[in-house]
Ligand binder design. Structure first.
Ligand SMILES: CCCCCCCCCCCCCCCCCCCCCCCCC/C=C/C(=O)SCCNC(=O)CCNC(=O)[C@H](O)C(C)(C)COP(=O)(O)OP(=O)(O)OC[C@H]1O[C@@H](n2cnc3c(N)ncnc32)[C@H](O)[C@@H]1OP(=O)(O)O
Ligand SMILES: Cc1cc2nc3c(=O)[nH]c(=O)nc-3n(C[C@H](O)[C@H](O)[C@H](O)COP(=O)(O)OP(=O)(O)OC[C@H]3O[C@@H](n4cnc5c(N)ncnc54)[C@H](O)[C@@H]3O)c2cc1C
Length: 661
């Protein structure tokens, strides 16, 4: 029985067409749909007991699943696209993520043609397994502060990789702890006593015969992490080198080279390309944020339609909690954000591919913008997604706290995204630097392009005032864009003015960093809003689909406007009356979206297996499932728990004795 059938009947749009918009294309939808069912129907990919397993058992199970996944990929002759969807629906972090997601891209991006020819075929067949070993115990954010050394020995034509201090121990790399045979290791290059900065080196860590660490290598897992199951399926590792020797040709030499006679040569490509793998992964993290958020929102929306509290009239049913305006005000902006992040993710993938093609043609002009966009959007989307998952847990009341809701594990597995691939605050400070540089160059005649082109309208934006007179005026895209542009430009200019009061710019930057982070957030929010609006300019087929997306877009920007009212009012672009009208329009859009809410989350097309949540199950039959699941908990295997006779019974006896006294 479908307990959400009435909700589904209320939908005012074509759900099948929305599924295609969400997937990106009809082809992408068909692949995703087929692979998600393949995974859901395969007992080899079960995950329902994951949060109850002890670490060793959990980890071994992940090794089994990864090997099984690899076998299925081969047996079924899956394409790269299909394999990547399979990884997504298997839904378990594993060493393979770092192998495919960072080790291979690092060699592709930073290796010479010759190096790629040697290493990539081995990596593609998984005859070697790699990790990305950059972060150390003492330094993560400050990459230039890494301490591991790679000293060139001209006698033997080798590099000597060494960990000179405890804090230089590599710490965190995923896959390193127990599985990787190789790593791209980042170290300070030293030639003839002279330092040449951080470079990547391919280093073999374990024997390909018996998996033992090679001489001079000390390696292990760093221990349990936050949450049950969650990221504990990953072997994040610690690694030390004691004068480990590797041939000279294992330094990744696309960006710079060391010759046989020990000369250091820089190519004409910018040195920042050494950071290229991080830019690539930040872009994939943005594309993934909408998936994690949409998953949590699916659970909270379906459950909010099932759950009833208060409001019964004449013995009739109580009110569905989704009908409370407070619930809508917490839930619908998250639903809208999931769609917003999907579209900005698609755009960022386009930007990344564009910059990659330009780099191949030696055009480095868009690299700073690509860095700022990937860094800023990674920060914005992961912060909002992690906060959003936790909000969805609260939206589900007490039941959201049960592991069987799927939300605790989803949160635990997602939240490190705010830290890895660059701490979110550190990344926003990179965006702020880019903004300050842009503002300082405005007078030079250099035209700002791409996502900062709005800075070219600075004179107009500094003086313009909002023209909204009635709530519906807030539905005009041009009006909204101008509001977000004016806010972003004014916040950036205000920071720049304050910075100019400092004689030492670095001191000023440090002192004003909290304001700079806010200006960076305003800029990134403008990007997300503008990409959502751009998406709506496209031809979007399907009955009512575009109208729903327009409503969600409105909710996204009006919610931001309401939440950051202070910014908009402080920059005098808006009057308090206009801000209040924005809020009226926001409430009207909630009413519009309400009958479509369940269908809008159905459009994500998630299987019950993938959701892993009783509260979010498709048929909404929540209570019997929760009740049955409780009895399956190992604690209920026996009526009297283990430990009762040892620890509880004596207490009870003691109480009897005390009572007698
Ligand atoms: C069980 C199931 C298994 C299923 C199995 C299936 C198997 C088969 C599947 C087959 C195929 C499937 C494919 C699947 C793929 C999976 C995908 C998974 C994705 C990956 C998962 C992600 C997991 C994440 C793990 C985490 C990894 C990490 O965290 S790695 C470490 C990251 N570290 C950081 O991010 C550090 C942050 N710090 C920095 O980036 C920098 O130090 C800094 C930017 C903060 C400062 O740098 P620096 O001091 O050097 O710079 P300055 O501030 O001085 O700036 C100098 C100038 O350089 C500019 N700049 C800085 N950075 C960059 C840059 N990156 N690019 C360009 N420019 C840059 C800066 O702006 C300055 O410019 P100006 O001089 O001002 O102009
Ligand atoms: C689950 C997980 C997986 C990971 N996988 C890998 C991996 O595969 N390979 C790898 O190499 N690394 C990996 N990492 C490491 C990760 O990249 C780093 O933890 C991350 O870059 C943050 O660096 P940090 O730990 O040094 O934080 P820190 O920089 O020490 O941050 C601590 C605090 O200081 C603040 N801070 C730091 N610098 C500044 C500044 N300049 N201005 C203002 N505030 C500042 C931060 O905002 C933060 O609040 C992983 C980490 C995690 C959690």
């Amino acid at each position: 029985m479908d307990y959400l059938a009435d909700e589904r009947k209320k939908a005012e749009f074509d759900v099948d067409e929305m599924k295609i918009v969400w997937a990106g294309s009809r082809h992408a939808f068909e692949v995703s749909d087929r692979i998600s069912k393949l995974v859901a129907n395969d007992p080899g990919f079960r995950k329902d007991t994951r949060t109850m397993l002890a670490r060793k058992e959990l980890f071994k199970n992940t090794l089994r699943k990864a090997a099984y996944a690899w076998k299925r990929i081969h047996d079924l002759h899956l394409s790269e696209e299909e394999a990547s969807r399979l990884r997504f629906y298997v839904d378990e972090p594993a060493y393979t993520d770092l192998h495919w997601g960072m080790f291979v891209p690092a060699i592709k991006g930073q290796g010479t043609d010759e190096q790629q020819k040697k290493w990539l075929p081995l990596a593609y067949k998984m005859q070697i397994i790699g990790c990305y070993a950059q972060t150390e115990l003492g330094h993560g954010s400050n990459v230039q502060g890494l301490e591991t050394t790679a000293t060139f020995d001209p006698q033997t034509d080798e590099f000597v990789i060494h960990s000179p201090t405890l804090t230089s121990s590599k710490w965190w790399p995923g896959g390193l702890g127990k599985v990787s045979t190789h790593g791209v290791v980042y170290a300070r290059l030293i030639i003839n006593g002279e330092e040449h900065g951080i470079h990547g080196f391919i280093v073999q860590l374990r024997s390909l015969e018996d998996h033992l660490p090679l001489p001079g290598v000390t390696v292990g897992d760093i221990g349990m992490k936050f949450g049950n199951g969650a990221y504990n399926t990953m072997d994040n590792g610690v690694l030390r080198f004691d004068h480990v020797r590797i041939p000279r040709n294992q330094m990744l030499m696309r960006v710079s080279q060391v010759t046989r006679d020990g000369k250091y040569k820089q190519s004409d490509v910018p040195r920042q390309l050494v950071y290229g793998t991080m830019v690539y992964v930040r872009q994939t993290i943005v594309a993934d944020a909408s998936c994690a958020l949409s998953r949590a929102v699916t659970i909270a929306t379906r459950y909010s339609a099932v759950r009833r509290q208060f409001g019964s009239q004449n013995g009739g049913p109580e009110t569905q909690v989704i009908d409370y305006k407070t619930q809508q005000n917490r839930l619908f902006p998250l639903l809208a954000s999931a769609y917003a992040f999907k579209f900005v993710g698609e755009w960022l993938t386009w930007l990344y591919n564009d910059v990659t093609q330009r780099l191949q043609a030696s055009d480095f002009s868009t690299l700073p913008e690509a860095h700022a966009c990937t860094a800023g959007l990674k920060s914005l989307t992961t912060t909002a997604t992690a906060d959003g998952i936790e909000e969805c847990r609260k939206l589900c009341g007490g039941h959201g706290y049960l592991c069987s809701s799927g939300l605790p594990e989803l949160f635990a597995v997602y939240v490190p995204a705010c830290t890895y691939e660059g701490d979110n605050t550190v990344l926003l400070l990179q965006v702020a630097r880019f903004l300050m540089k842009t503002v300082s160059q405005l007078g030079s005649g250099k035209k700002p392009l791409g996502t900062i082109s709005y800075m070219g309208k600075i004179e107009h934006l500094m003086q313009s005032r909002c023209t909204v007179q009635k709530a519906e005026d807030w539905l005009k895209p041009s009006q909204v864009l101008e509001a977000f542009e004016a806010r972003a430009v004014k916040m950036a200019v205000s920071c720049a003015k304050n910075l100019s009061k400092f004689t030492n710019p670095e001191e000023g930057f440090a002192e004003l960093s909290a304001d700079l982070v806010e200006a960076a957030v305003a800029h990134c929010q403008l990007i997300v809003v503008s990409k959502f609006i751009d998406k709506l300019q496209q031809d979007i087929p399907g009955k009512g689909v575009k109208q729903q997306l327009e409503a969600l877009c409105g909710i996204y920007y009006l919610y931001l406007l309401h939440k950051h009212q202070g910014d908009f009012l402080a920059t005098s672009y808006l009057t308090p009356k206009q801000a209040a009208l924005a809020n009226d329009q926001l409430r009207a859009l909630y009413t519009k979206v309400r009958p479509n809410a369940v269908a809008l989350v159905d459009s994500f097309n998630y299987t019950d297996h993938f959701l892993g949540s009783i509260l979010g199950c498709y048929d909404g039959n929540v209570y019997p499932k929760l009740y049955d699941a409780a009895w399956k908990d190992p604690l209920n295997d026996s009526v009297v728990p283990e430990g009762y006779h040892e620890y509880v019974r004596p207490l009870l006896k003691q109480q009897l004795h005390t009572a007698k006294l």
